[in-house]
Design a protein around this ligand. Sequence first.
Ligand SMILES: Nc1ncnc2c1ncn2[C@@H]1O[C@H](COP(=O)(O)OP(=O)(O)O)[C@@H](O)[C@H]1O
Ligand SMILES: [Mg+2]
Length: 313
Amino acid sequence: MKLPDLAVSINNLTKIYNDSSDKNSKKALDSVNLNVPRGSFFGLLGPNGAGKSSLINILAGLVKKTTGSVSIWDYDIDQDDRLSRCAIGVVPQELNLDPFFTAREILEVQAGLYGVPKSERKTDDILKAVNLIEKADVYSRTLSGGMRRRLLIAKAMVHSPPILVLDEPTAGVDIELRQTLWGSMKEMNSMGATILLTTHYLEEAEELCDEIAIINNGSIVACEEKDKLIKRFDSKNIIMILSEAISEIPDSIQKFKPTMIKDNRLKITYKPSEGVVGEIISAIQEGGVRILDVVTEEADLNDVFLKLTQDKK
Ligand SMILES: Nc1ncnc2c1ncn2[C@@H]1O[C@H](COP(=O)(O)OP(=O)(O)O)[C@@H](O)[C@H]1O
Ligand SMILES: [Mg+2]
């Protein structure tokens, strides 16, 4: 059978949560279109409340969409409910594990739910892959937060889905575990799995993903290959400390739109790709001002991300 080009295809997806009185209805997703290519490491990036979990939970079959269509591995989630669900493994944001089951039991039960025959189960291999084989027979309630997180990933893998979806897997985890999780996600992707990851950490998307969509207030505000998106963030600050205070900005540098942050400090935001730093400095000197020192600041990607998500409100 020919493999699909798109692991996930989402068309005009809208989700409205209604409360019983129908007064406080909340549009969590507003006509979302999104294509996740097979084999990609796809990042869905957005602030809290943007709609990431709503989207993921619709894919997982945990939340019912309002309108629109979704295909997973070319199976429509309405028409081919079972097949579409078999193609995906979802690691939810909440650490919801049965406390009185051992790690091994949790995986066995999950495999049973997916109809994986005993002879085809890979429980121990999966436990090894997520570094939990030593904990196979202890109750999940005695596992640390990091171990539970890894057990949830293992649980999503029992039916060997070609697509793995992780909803904020590294929110609130320590740096060491984050590195471990990044490593295992990269490895699964290099072995062919399509990974769809949600995060509100831009650096995480930058480190891992080759395609990034930014979601804000239920709408996709950007969707691009990572490299292109980062080029859009092409921005840096140069701060000039002047040898004496000035009362107004010299005309010669007006075109660089400086801001005076103190009477002897000027800040200019520029695009490194345009190579204008030399020009900026000589323009200041032309204006008869002496520069004492120069400081540059890398654009903070989180700031730019915030800007992008706030502009579109
Ligand atoms: N079960 C629910 N009932 C009502 N509103 C909800 C429910 N789940 C989420 N929401 C609302 O939908 C919006 C999107 O939430 P969510 O998808 O969890 O965002 P994210 O995962 O990006 O933080 C938020 O405003 C949230 O309060
Ligand atoms: Mg969420």
